[in-house]
Design a protein around this ligand. Structure first.
Ligand code: 26Q
Length: 748
């Protein structure tokens, strides 16, 4: 890349009389011209990441950073009287819901950064994840019209369009290529559906939920649409250059299924090889088994995809036939290996008239991985225990990671500069180097305190601008930012805040350091309880923030429209990271890693990657509390919340606020429903099935421990710095190297 050339071109851009959008497009296009001159596809063995979500966030600053011109460009435009940071108004490309989609984005970034040939395939949604606002404390949703800012970072490739066939229509899949910059330029290829009105619906909306019952047909169409386009393209390219000796296909191509959402690609692969190219079913399966790998991201039963076989047959008859044949084929293999009937049922592709997509993935995948040690263990012992018995070698772990380019260098220039000053810039290429910084050195701790202070002030300023709320200065900033879900237990945090609030009102903690709780979360539009929890927390915020007795002691802020760009501000400006999921339910979490990387301590349960975080940064530098997976398993049916809280009158006072009129749910009955779920349960679950009340007391204690420890500014900053320095392991570079070496077998 010719950096000087690009800088010269940037200097020539005039800012006069240009709208923000026009200027944004002009600068971006100027960079794209430079990128295009270097953007060639590599031949040889490549890896492909198939994902229905890519949560890329804002590309502008990231790409300028990668091009090595970010700070120079800031200067150039400042001289012209234009503040480049104004592009923060450009909305994110939010083509993903949360963790799984953001992980895909981090992985692409790391692969390019390291120089591995990894290409993404997905869907170019017209509308990404909805925009959220609060109206009287309740969530409102609005379509995310991200294209109103243009899409200068993508190139439409009409010449490479493909046709995807459904029984009732043909749909054109038009590729849009986005360069992924790093040591090499990789590509994220997103397909847009075109044709009839019905056809275009396929890429209109991102599914805004992970457990929805509605619109199944459209979801199936989406999944098949991009899977078929991707696989079709890879097979055509292979045939063009290598002929039809498909045994060689896995030598050139390795495909990673980002959860089961792309499992139709397996069926499509078998369909083409057996149909068009007349391979035997057994041979095609054999080749598929060398080609595909599968990552599982969740053990929640409601998120495990099972598609009604008749529904699939209606729009994809050939695919339904293939999946049924696969069931017969698999059964023969299982019988040959002496599986019992129960075991065969457990592993079945076709079960009770439904295709179990995870079982397809497990049967075909060469490697199957969970995303944190504990999660991989749970997969082996519980979710896929039967398959683990027969296909032991398939199973492995790759703990997630996050890209330090966005989640440290871009969002925390101050901490990055601290590393630069003390270590030189080498750590930017080799992050391992930051572990050489001495965390016991008083000078380093003092510098770190300065950085944290600056980042907290920036966060406060940003929130003041966006939410019109002034954060308390000199307070502990505590963040819980993630999708809203019962298992993530934002409700438990709400109860903990109320516990603290009532105690403060009673004058119980004269030495209390002010605490600010910052929430960010979107609730799936059909998820009533999640929405009720948002409303409840907003009601608590109203009460606490306006109460003179606790003013300047406690503050609660629920930010609107939490997204990648908001995350960049919050993870770098927080002291404490809340990761309080019920043990066994959060596969990994990645927000925990982002906060750690920026020097937040974790208040968390023994769940997902929290365990590995605490292991690496030390239990003494984090606040681990709550029941473990083993303890919860032992409880079995012996947990009766109504009885349990008899010993905790303070807890009752808090849960009563759901039903005693302390707060208004605007007559919807949704708070009452939350209360019922906790104490009576529902037809589909036991009372308090996520153990909110069970862990509440120890959570409150952990928060008070933080409060006490924070008084000693230096020792607390020391804990934070130790976390930041030990976050190296949680770089997605490490995760990608592990996939590249152990799963994909690809070279730089
Ligand atoms: C399924 C069926 C129908 C429609 C949608 C879905 C669906 C959509 C999204 C199912 C699951 C998801 C997303 C799951 C997800 O984001 N999981 C998170 O993945 C992260 C990356 O591995 C982990 O860190 C998180 O712990 C995990 O919750």
């Amino acid at each position: 890349m010719n950096r000087d050339n690009l800088i010269e071109k940037l200097k020539m851009i005039s800012v006069k009389d240009k709208s923000l959008k026009d200027l944004y497009e002009e600068i971006s296009m100027c960079c794209m011209d430079e990128i295009k001159s270097q953007w060639n596809k590599k031949s040889g063995r490549n890896a492909y990441y198939l994902s229905v979500e890519f949560l890329m966030g804002r590309m502008f600053f990231n790409n300028l950073l990668e091009l090595g011109v970010l700070s120079e460009a800031k200067k150039i435009f400042a001289e012209k009287g234009f503040d480049l940071n104004r592009f923060e108004e450009i909305e994110d490309a939010a083509l993903g819901n949360g963790g799984l989609g953001r992980l895909a984005a981090c992985f692409l970034d790391s692969a390019a950064g390291l120089g591995y040939p990894l290409y993404g395939y997905g869907i170019r949604y017209r509308y990404g994840l909805f925009r959220q606002s609060f109206e009287n404390g309740s969530q409102r949703e609005e379509a995310d019209d991200w294209l109103k800012w243009g899409d200068p970072w993508s190139v439409r490739k009409d010449a490479e369009k493909r046709i995807v066939h459904f029984a009732d229509m043909d749909v054109a899949a038009i590729p849009y290529d986005m360069p992924i910059l790093g040591k090499r330029i990789n590509t994220l290829r997103l397909f847009q559906a075109e044709g009839s009105k019905e056809a275009e619906k396929i890429s209109e909306y991102l599914y805004p939920a992970d457990d929805t019952e509605e619109g199944k047909l459209l979801r199936i169409r989406q999944e098949y649409f991009f899977s078929a386009a991707a696989v079709g393209e890879l097979i055509d390219r292979f045939v063009k250059f290598n002929g039809t000796n498909f045994e060689k296909f896995p030598e050139e191509n390795v495909l990673q299924l980002n959860d089961t959402h792309a499992v139709f690609s397996v069926a499509e692969f078998l369909r083409i090889l057996t149909g068009k190219y007349k391979l035997s079913f057994g041979k095609a399966v054999e080749i598929a088994r060398e080609t595909f790998n599968y990552t599982n991201h969740t053990i929640l039963p409601e998120a495990l995809e099972c598609w009604d076989a008749e529904l699939v047959a209606k729009i994809l008859p050939d695919i339904a036939v293939i999946l049924k044949r696969l069931q017969v084929f698999a059964c023969r293999e299982w019988q040959g290996r002496g599986c019992s009937k129960e075991e065969r049922i457990a592993m079945s592709v076709l079960k009770d008239g439904r295709f179990a997509m995870a079982n397809v993935a497990v049967f075909i995948a060469k490697r199957i991985n969970g995303v944190a040690e504990i999660h991989s263990k749970i997969i082996k012992e519980r979710l896929f225990s039967v398959a683990y018995k027969y296909y032991r070698n398939k199973f492995m772990n790759v703990t997630n990671g996050v890209t330090q380019r966005r989640w440290l260098m871009l969002c925390n220039e101050e901490l990055s500069a601290l590393y630069d000053r003390n270590l030189g810039k080498g750590w930017r290429e080799d992050m391992e180097m930051i572990t050489r910084l001495c965390f016991n050195h008083a000078g380093n701790i003092a510098e770190f305190i300065g950085v944290k202070k600056a980042k907290k002030a920036q966060l406060a300023e940003y929130i003041a601008k966006r939410e019109k709320i002034q954060l308390l200065p000199n307070a502990i900033y505590i963040a819980q930012v993630k999708r809203l879900h019962e298992y993530k237990r934002q409700l438990m945090t709400a109860f903990a805040i109320l516990r603290i609030y009532y105690q403060l009102k009673e004058g119980k903690h004269p030495e209390f350091t002010p605490m600010v709780f910052i929430f960010g979360a979107k609730a799936a539009s059909g998820y009533r309880r999640a929405k009720a929890i948002i409303k409840y927390i907003n009601e608590i915020a109203k009460l606490v923030n306006s109460d003179q007795d606790v003013k300047n002691k406690l503050q609660v802020v629920f930010v609107q429209n939490y997204d990648v760009s908001y995350a960049e501000k919050i993870v770098s400006g927080s002291d404490v990271s809340l990761q309080v999921s019920t043990a066994g339910f959060e596969a990994s979490g990645t927000g925990n890693m982002k906060l750690m990387m920026n020097g937040a301590v974790t208040v968390g349960t023994m769940d997902g990657a929290n365990i590995e975080i605490a292991e690496r940064a030390g239990l003494q530098n984090n606040y681990i509390f709550g029941a473990t997976v083993e303890q919860l398993a032992k409880l079995e049916n012996n947990y009766v919340p109504l009885e349990y809280i008899r010993d905790y009158p303070e807890m009752k006072k808090v849960t009563d606020t759901l039903i005693d009129g302390t707060f208004s749910d605007d007559g919807t009955g949704e708070f009452n429903e939350l209360h019922t779920a906790l104490f009576q349960g529902a037809s589909w679950h036991a009372p308090d099935h996520y153990f909110v009340l069970y862990d509440l007391e120890s959570f409150v204690q952990a928060l008070f421990a933080v409060n006490k420890d924070y008084c000693d500014a230096e020792s607390f900053a020391h804990k934070q710095l130790v976390n930041a320095l030990n976050s190296v392991f949680f770089s997605s570079d490490r995760a990608i190297i592990s996939y590249a070496k152990n799963v994909w077998k690809i070279d730089k």
